[in-house]
Design a protein around this ligand. Structure first.
Ligand code: FES
Length: 150
C-alpha cells in the first residue's frame, strides 16, 4: 500500500490521534496485513508513538503483521470433525496449497489455519474459506472446492 492511499485513509478521520484504531482497521481490511513501513507512516501522520501502535496491533487479533493470502482457509480440527477425517482433509489442503497451518502461500493466494470447532459439527469435516462453509469434506472434494478460489 502506498503512502498516498494511507494518507487518504488518515484524512478521512481528519488526522485525529484518537482515530488510530479505525485507521489501522481500514488499512488492514484493504491491505490484509500491516507492514512495518505502514505502521511508521500512521505513527508519523497521526503523531502517535510507534511503540503505542505496536502495542495496539499486537493486542487485537484483527490485525496481522505478516502477509495474508487473498483467501483464508480454516480447517476445523475440533473433535467431531477430527473423528470424521479432518486430518486427511488437512493433509490434502496442505498438499494442494503447498502451505502448512499458520503459513501464507508465496503468491499470496491462500493463508491456512486450523480451528477448533466452527459450530456446525453435524456437517464435519468442515472447511471455511473466506467465511463460506464447506461441509462433509473429504480429500477428493478439497480440490474441487479450492479451485473455485482465484
Ligand atoms: S468440531 Fe468441527 S464444526 Fe464442530
Amino acid at each position: 500500500m502506498d503512502n498516498g492511499r494511507i494518507d487518504q485513509i488518515i484524512d478521512k478521520y481528519d488526522g485525529k490521534e484518537s482515530s488510530v484504531i479505525q485507521v489501522l482497521l481500514e488499512i488492514q481490511r484493504e491491505n490484509r496485513w500491516l507492514p512495518g513501513e505502514v505502521l511508521e507512516r500512521v505513527s508519523e501522520k497521526l503523531r502517535v508513538p510507534l511503540s503505542r501502535i505496536q502495542q495496539i496491533v499486537t493486542f487485537y487479533k484483527a490485525f496481522s503483521l505478516s502477509p495474508k493470502g487473498r483467501h483464508e482457509i480454516h480447517v476445523c480440527m475440533g473433535t467431531a470433525c477430527h473423528v470424521r477425517g479432518a486430518p486427511r482433509v488437512l493433509d490434502t489442503v496442505q498438499d494442494l496449497t503447498g502451505i502448512k497451518p499458520g503459513e501464507t502461500s508465496p503468491d499470496l493466494k491462500f493463508s491456512l489455519k486450523t480451528v477448533n470447532c466452527v459450530g456446525c459439527c453435524a456437517l464435519g469435516p468442515v472447511v471455511v474459506i473466506d467465511g463460506e462453509y464447506h461441509g462433509k469434506m473429504v480429500p477428493a472434494t478439497s480440490e474441487d472446492v479450492l479451485k473455485n478460489y482465484e
